[in-house]
Design a protein around this ligand. Structure first.
Ligand code: FE2
Length: 367
């Protein structure tokens, strides 16, 4: 079933933001991304600006409209800054588009081959939840920077010595928030249309504690390299954080992107040095930690100092930490994750995490 639509990997995540130049500064100086490509007035792009950021295998594109007529303006008014597109690199763009649309996906852009001096660059786009899309792309016969229209950034624009990578390596998973009652529909979309499979060991019944205000299922594709948990709001004692997201984002969308590191202590230390804001868990969390997860390789005092969460399952353990939302709207945030055997998403941390998120919600007056 998966073979009918071979997806190589997540090529990049495209964000639409109000001011791409300033967002690029944030992702560069806070998260340590390198700016490897640029499109804008200086590259003869008249309608929008785009910055390509890279760290390890992670590529983000930040785009902003340059004119009032641009379609991004309506999107920004509705959603604020956020993820517009998760792009997949595929062997055959036309066949990926044909396969998914024939299985019911809504087409946004039919396959287009851009022919430039640097070769051929092929894309097609389908819809997923909310106003989010998936691009299928192939650049096997393309030698230029990122995509047609992009050039290396003018070296005079940034001081190359200020931003340093913080050890982020690849995208571990991307979480979507969908409306109440729609989770199974989107799980089915990824299974039936995209050829993904549901990851069954993430048992949604396990996370129904009194603090839990969400239901979550995980689908995976691309031979397990692509993992998309999907959340929907559920009845909780208090107002669900998923409902808060949907309210402020104006519909379903990407809730968080988990970025993997091989050394979470070093990565989070560097991010904190760069003034990145993380959710804090109660001190009591660390008193209960040895009993809950047993022995770990990391220094628990340092883990507590950095607010890193730990969870264990029968395959091993994982360490994770969540940033606060990176916009004024309580919408998109990031997770930093290091896996040591565990393939789960930290459901044992949900309770501690919900308490931390609820404290933030209370501060925003949205509980
Ligand atoms: Fe996550």
């Amino acid at each position: 079933m998966t073979d009918s639509l071979p997806i190589r990997r997540i090529d990049h995540v495209r964000f639409v933001v109000g001011n791409a130049r300033q967002s690029a500064y944030f992702y560069r100086n806070c998260f340590g991304f390198d700016v490897v490509g640029y499109a804008g007035l200086e590259t003869k792009e008249r309608n929008e600006a785009g910055y390509v950021l890279r760290q390890g295998e992670i590529t983000f594109v930040l785009a902003s409209p340059l004119r009032a007529e641009h379609a991004y303006n309506a999107r920004l008014a509705a959603h604020g800054d956020g993820v517009m597109d998760i792009a997949f690199e595929v062997d055959d763009v036309a066949s990926a588009y044909e396969t998914t649309t024939s299985r019911g996906a809504v087409g946004v852009q039919e396959p287009v081959v851009a022919r430039t001096d640097e070769g051929e660059f092929e894309t097609a786009v389908i819809r997923t939840y909310g106003d989010t899309t998936h691009t299928f792309l192939n650049r096997d016969r393309y030698t230029g920077v990122f995509a047609p229209g992009y050039l290396p950034l003018d070296p005079g624009r940034y001081n190359p010595t200020t931003a340093r990578p913080v050890g982020l390596r690849f995208i571990d998973h991307i979480v979507g928030n969908v409306e109440e009652g729609k989770m199974d529909e989107w799980v089915e979309f990824y299974e039936r249309v995209m050829g993904f499979r549901q990851l069954v060991h993430f048992d949604d019944k396990d996370i129904s504690t009194e603090y839990t205000a969400l239901m979550s299922k995980v689908v995976q594709g691309g031979d397990g390299r692509i993992k998309f948990p999907l959340n929907e709001p559920a009845e909780g004692r208090r107002r669900s954080q998923i409902a808060e997201y949907i309210d402020f984002y104006g519909g379903p969308g990407v809730q968080h992107i988990a970025l993997a590191t091989d050394d979470i202590v070093a990565t989070v230390g560097a991010l904190r040095h760069n003034d990145c804001s993380f959710l804090r868990v109660p001190k009591a969390y660390y008193e209960l930690l040895p009993e809950r997860v047993g022995a770990i390789d990391e220094d628990t005092e340092r883990i507590a100092e950095l607010g890193i969460l730990v969870d264990r399952d029968d395959e091993g353990y994982m360490l994770q930490v969540f940033t606060k939302p990176v916009e004024d709207r309580p919408t998109l945030f990031f997770e930093i994750i290091q896996r040591k055997g565990s393939k789960s998403f930290g459901k044992g941390n949900f309770k501690a995490l919900f308490e931390a998120i609820e404290r933030e919600q209370a501060r925003r007056g949205t509980l």
